[in-house]
Design a protein around this ligand. Structure first.
Ligand SMILES: Cc1cc2nc3c(=O)[nH]c(=O)nc-3n(C[C@H](O)[C@H](O)[C@H](O)COP(=O)(O)OP(=O)(O)OC[C@H]3O[C@@H](n4cnc5c(N)ncnc54)[C@H](O)[C@@H]3O)c2cc1C
Length: 410
């Protein structure tokens, strides 16, 4: 038997790469340092709740996901197509006019943005419907904030809707992220909506892993170094490879490949609360259009998928951008005080379940960054969300590209 293609990292990119190679009958070995696969997409079970490690959503329009995932088996539960925006001491609904025409008529009268803004959303949507993802990747780029202003959106629309909404997608408030990622995300949200698998986001890597086969995956196996076609593990074991794919996060990838490159990251913090009653009785994303406290967005997850909470309880997921220095108590007190103004004193009775502070959540993607190839040199390849649009789609696609480079070189 020939040496396997060794894939370092069992996140979405590494798993997608392994799957494409296995489809061609190529021997692979995925080495994952953590005790479970999934990388940044994991779900913990806690007191009957399903806690994704950081609030994340799956966009069913992702083309590469359509190719490699079985959506029916994921049992996707969908969000309301639009958002509830807290502004001026009230909640305002902004619906997607294509999916909920009636809500859009009501929304047209809401004070979030002008009528012109709503027409601009429609115009942007039409343009992006006619633009492929490949074309978006080649378009001139600027920051998202500049792109929104160039589209003519009012400052009120940007502050009340785009800043919290896209801030939650990019995990940064300044909207410095490249306009290409904005167009990519806008197109994906518009074309397929938003969902989570009924059994939590970890169902995505689990499904991929089971399509690859457990004998091709080793967990609790940290790679220390690469040495001329050999992968050296922390334990000292050496694994010979016919090709090596580095599918770790950017920092670890460049360390292993001996490059003096450092990644910068966008961070986020997710607080989960258990409530006796859902503070919002709809599967809708709630945005802070006031910037009145640490909370950027909130979702009552059992309203999206009842499986996220045990019977009779509710799971509130709260996202704060960045990783605040405050300790858990001070942070959750600040969150509660903001949310008490939204939902009243019921918030005091919520039980804090867990806080996830994720300092390396998404690689920063600014305009003008040079595109990097998945082939580093013959025999050595890289994949990961840092090499494409930082997202589930980007991780999957970079995995496919690395696999295709391996296949063509072999
Ligand atoms: C809080 C948060 C919210 C997000 N929200 C969304 C969202 O809503 N929609 C969306 O599409 N995307 C979202 N993302 C992004 C998405 O989760 C990532 O883009 C994607 O999971 C990255 O996958 P990856 O395989 O490139 O990297 P990773 O998931 O980082 O995988 C790398 C793997 O390599 C392993 N590894 C590292 N070093 C070694 C080593 N030396 N030896 C062996 N193994 C090693 C790691 O343990 C890890 O498993 C979010 C991410 C976070 C964290």
């Amino acid at each position: 038997m020939s040496n396997p293609v060794v894939i370092i990292g069992g996140g979405l990119a590494g798993l997608a790469c392994a799957r494409v190679l296995r489809e061609q009958g190529i021997e692979v070995l995925v080495l994952e340092c953590d005790e479970s696969i999934g990388g940044r997409v994991k779900t913990d079970s806690f007191e009957g709740f399903q806690l994704d490690r950081g609030f994340q959503v799956f966009l069913p329009a992702y083309p590469e996901a359509k190719r490699i995932l079985d959506y029916e088996a994921l049992n996707l539960r969908t969000f309301y197509p639009g958002a509830l925006i807290r502004s001026g001491g009230r909640f305002h609904r902004l619906g997607d006019p294509w999916r909920r025409p009636f809500d859009a008529i009501v929304g047209a009268l809401s004070p979030i943005g002008t009528l012109g803004d709503k027409l601009r959303v429609g115009r942007l949507r039409l343009r992006l419907a006619r633009t492929t993802l490949e074309e978006i990747h080649r378009r001139p780029e600027t920051t998202t904030l500049r792109a929104l202003r160039q589209e003519g959106f009012s400052e009120a629309m940007i502050e009340q809707f785009f800043r919290p909404f896209l801030g939650g997608v990019f995990l940064e408030h300044e909207l410095n992220t490249t306009s290409r990622k904005f167009e990519f995300a806008f197109k994906m949200f518009a074309e397929g909506g938003t969902a989570v698998p009924a059994s939590g986001m970890a169902a995505i890597p689990k499904q991929l892993a089971s399509s690859i086969g457990s004998r091709f995956i080793r967990t609790s196996c940290k790679v220390k170094a690469l040495n001329q076609g050999t992968v050296v593990l922390d334990s000292g074991e050496e694994v010979r490879a016919q090709a090596i794919v580095v599918a770790t996060d950017a920092d670890e990838a460049w360390r292993l490949c001996g490059r003096r490159q450092v990644a910068t990251w966008n961070a986020s913090t997710c607080l989960y609360f258990a409530a006796e009653e859902p503070p919002v009785d709809q599967p809708v994303l709630v945005l802070d259009g006031e910037r009145s406290g640490p909370v950027n967005n909130l979702v009552v997850l059992d309203q999206v998928a009842s499986t996220y909470a045990p019977p009779g309880r509710s799971l509130v997921s709260v996202t704060v951008l960045g990783v605040p220095k405050a300790n858990d108590k001070d942070l959750s007190d600040a969150v509660r005080s903001q949310l008490e103004a939204w939902f009243g004193i019921q918030v005091r009775a919520w039980k804090l379940l867990r806080i996830y502070r994720i300092s390396k959540a998404l690689p920063t993607q600014l305009p003008g960054a040079a595109a990097q190839d998945t082939r580093l040199r013959p025999g050595l390849y890289a994949c990961g969300d840092h090499l494409d649009t930082a997202s589930i789609q980007g991780a999957f696609l970079s995995g496919r590209r690395a696999a295709e480079s391996v296949i063509s070189d072999l």
